[in-house]
Design a protein around this ligand. Structure first.
Ligand code: LLP
Length: 442
């Protein structure tokens, strides 16, 4: 468990921010703002730590860490994943294309999605992805047809909804009953799906999967999911005489965004999940299945910060005659949609100088034409904050750049990887030509 919002090679000790020894001022000058800066060594070590911890906890039953590409992916990061040797979870043809472009072996790729197109399924089957995680009865037919066409037997898993109300924001909670994802265990839909898969010799059911939500703390929800999924596997064994070999418990492990938050580390949850697994497998007289996980946010989230430049500062008189200082930066909801979407909380610092000015109630906002374009709703920042100051917001690695948009025709920021005192662009900044590239002139 750690309570650091900043990645390990970030220092704030001298009052100015440095990443791997390079100052925020230098980074801003060289790469411009807004930009995402990625602590490459921290990314690699978090990814490796999940895989090693899984192996040391589960021994021969350890499966694969499938990094959730949706949290952030680009070709360079896919290359790192290939080098590190973990797997990847992709949920669209686009994410699959990046994984392949980065040289990730299809054997390490699992395909997700509640509405995979026939073309996406065909591509996944023909390149030979390791597993397709099936989400609907219609998809069973589609994957079987694709396998038939390719003359292959395709390994599949069933995505199940174990009916858990995970304690997180409703929009990122995925395993209660009334959601679009998966097959409900309680309603019998999961059983119907298992029976349907069994009618297709082209499909090999490898096991069951669930993803209970995102930004979850503690291991309780994953433990309950384990019990319910293993219960299903036991029922399957009783009916079909086959022990399903694999269990994938998805991702969802939380990270620190603001002071007082914690970042879940593998050692905080894996022993508890293992204990729950051993207990329920013993009760059901089942061999322990191979366990896989799909952390996204927990790997990449803490490894990036966003650097902005302040453009304007405005004092606004609010209720009770109080003053709120609006600090506008050169990005906003186009590079961080999470505050607007999920009421997510972030923190920020002035990155290039020390200030001893008294703190004042501040709202950090972007440059978009929208009141809800808020990065931080309420934060105490030094009252001498001024145009030209650099502002850094930590823990923006997950669902930041990956959910970025071109709203108001704002070019999306670059991602700059920093390692051993050297910085390099791994996703370049969009420019005006990019913004116009898709338009067809009359
Ligand atoms: N596996 C599956 C099947 C998923 O659907 C997800 C996330 C993950 C793994 C990775 O979850 P993580 O470890 O990153 O929590 N945009 C939202 C999060 C949506 C997550 C969707 N699925 C946010 O910004 O909070």
């Amino acid at each position: 468990m750690s309570n650091l919002m900043w990645s390990k090679n970030v220092s704030l000790q001298t009052g100015v921010l440095t990443l791997s020894g390079i100052s925020a001022a230098q980074l801003g000058k060289e790469f411009g703002t807004p930009s995402f800066f990625l602590d490459e060594e921290a990314f690699r070590s978090r990814a490796i730590s999940w895989q090693r911890s899984l192996e040391s906890e589960f021994g021969p039953n350890a499966g694969t860490i499938f990094y959730a590409a949706k949290s952030f992916i680009c070709t360079a990061v896919a290359q790192w994943i290939a080098e590190i040797g973990i797997g990847i979870d992709v949920c669209t043809g686009g994410e699959l294309a990046v994984a392949l472009a980065g040289g990730i072996s299809p054997e390490k790729i699992e395909l997700h999605g509640n509405n995979k197109s026939v073309a996406e399924i065909d591509r996944a089957v023909s390149v030979g992805v390791r597993t397709i995680v099936i989400d609907s009865l219609i998809e069973i037919e589609r994957v079987a047809a694709a396998a038939q066409k390719a003359g292959k037997r395709q390994a599949v898993m069933l995505r199940l909804t174990p009916g858990i109300e995970a304690h997180t924001h409703e929009k990122i909670s995925t395993a209660h009953e009334d959601v679009k994802f998966g097959f409900s265990i309680a309603s019998g839909a999961a059983w119907d799906a298992a029976e349907a898969v069994a009618t297709h010799p082209q499909l090999e059911l490898r096991g069951v999967h669930c993803h209970i939500g995102s930004q979850i703390f503690g291991s309780e929800a994953h433990e309950i999911a384990t019990e319910r999924l293993v219960g299903f596997m036991a029922k399957y064994r009783d009916a079909f005489g086959i022990e399903l070999p694999e269990l994938d418990l998805g991702g969802g492990f939380g990270i620190a965004y603001i002071e007082g938050d914690i970042t879940v580390e593998p050692s905080d949850v894996l022993p508890q999940i293992h204990a729950a697994l051993k207990k329920v497998c013993a009760e059901k007289n089942l061999a322990i299945p191979t366990i896989s996980l799909e952390p996204g946010r927990n790997i990449v989230g803490p490894t990036m910060f966003t650097l902005y430049e302040v453009g304007t500062v405005k004092d606004v008189v609010i209720e009770g005659g109080k003053v709120r200082t609006y600090v506008s930066v050169d990005g906003g909801m186009s590079d961080n949609a999470r505050t607007a979407l999920y009421d997510a909380q972030y923190t920020a610092v002035i990155a290039q100088r020390i200030s001893s000015a008294p703190l004042t109630l501040t709202r950090l906002v972007g440059k978009h034409c929208e009141t809800g374009d808020i990065i931080i709703n309420e934060i105490q920042l030094p009252s001498d904050i001024a145009p030209g100051d650099l502002i850094a917001t930590p823990a923006t690695g997950a669902y930041g750049r990956s959910m970025a948009s071109n709203y108001n025709h704002v070019p999306r920021p670059p991602v700059v990887a920093v390692k051993d005192g050297k910085a390099r662009v791994i996703v370049r900044r969009e420019n005006e030509a990019d913004l116009l590239a898709l338009d067809v002139k009359e």
